[in-house]
Design a binder for this molecule. Structure first.
Ligand code: PGA
Length: 252
């Protein structure tokens, strides 16, 4: 198949519109699954980009009674070497920004452990894959894109076949995290990430990219040859994928 065939459907909209549309899709999925007596399985990101979606879901829980009792979540990634309570751990981010506000309990929410012993990392990654499979696979994956094209922490060089594993973080990823950590020297060098293949097996994938900082990587995601130079290009051709990007990210 030529690259031209591998398209990535696009919605041009504001971050607020994207947050509302994505949150509504997630709410519809949760309610549809509940009606069928089933769980909805979400794959969730961290970073600045998804905050609007989490805020909207919290609002729906508060104002519209959206119930998360039949939801299981798997986060994309976690820094290695951080305790769960570290201010920059994704576990803490998720609890403070989302889980605690919608009644999602630790038993429903999977995030790789950042403080797993080195000898246990491989087994922990295999277990993560097994839990996703046991949950019936990912129904809905929400993703951001790093400026270097990473999805999760699948950094440039990641293969399409990759699975949940330990990775070395790319210099752009570490530089982008430096401010939050109070200096580059405090940013972990390694992480655990869900693999590209794991993500691509999600039945529905929604990608968010906002702001001029993302313009170049959005262009590459849409147009560059599909391959490990920008793992976000692997999203093209997925059976049910959509990119929500604002004018700044699209250079319009
Ligand atoms: P950001 O990160 O949302 O903070 O821009 C995106 C990503 O690295 O996936």
């Amino acid at each position: 198949m030529s690259n031209a065939v591998l398209s990535l459907p696009l919605t041009l909209c504001s971050p607020l519109q994207a947050a509302r549309e994505v949150a509504q899709e997630i709410a519809d999925l949760i309610r549809e699954r509940r009606a069928g007596g089933r769980m909805a399985v979400l794959c969730l990101p961290t970073g600045r980009t998804p905050l609007g979606v989490y805020e909207e879901l919290v609002r729906m829980h508060r104002d519209e009674g959206l119930d998360f009792a039949n939801v299981t979540t798997f986060n994309l990634d976690e820094f290695l070497g951080l305790a769960p309570e570290h201010p920059q751990s994704f576990r803490r981010y998720m609890r403070e920004r989302f889980f605690a506000h919608v009644g999602l309990t630790p038993a429903q929410t999977w995030i790789p452990f950042g403080d797993v012993a080195p000898a246990q990392i491989e087994a922990h990654c295999r277990e993560y894959e097994r839990e996703i499979a046991d949950a019936g696979g990912l129904d809905y994956a929400l993703l951001g894109i790093g400026r270097n094209g990473h999805i999760g922490f699948n950094e440039p060089g990641a293969t399409r076949e990759s699975r949940t594993r330990e990775v070395r973080l790319h210099e752009v990823t570490r530089a982008d995290a430096a401010k939050a950590f109070g200096g580059l020297e405090f940013v972990p060098e390694r992480a655990i990430t869900m693999g590209v293949a794991t993500i691509l097996e999600a039945r529905r994938i929604r990608v968010l990219a906002f702001g001029a900082d993302k313009r170049e990587i959005v262009r590459r995601t849409l147009e560059a040859p599909v391959g490990p130079q920008a793992p976000s290009t692997y999203l093209r051709g997925h059976a049910d994928v959509r990119l929500f990007a604002d004018e700044a990210a699209l250079g319009r």
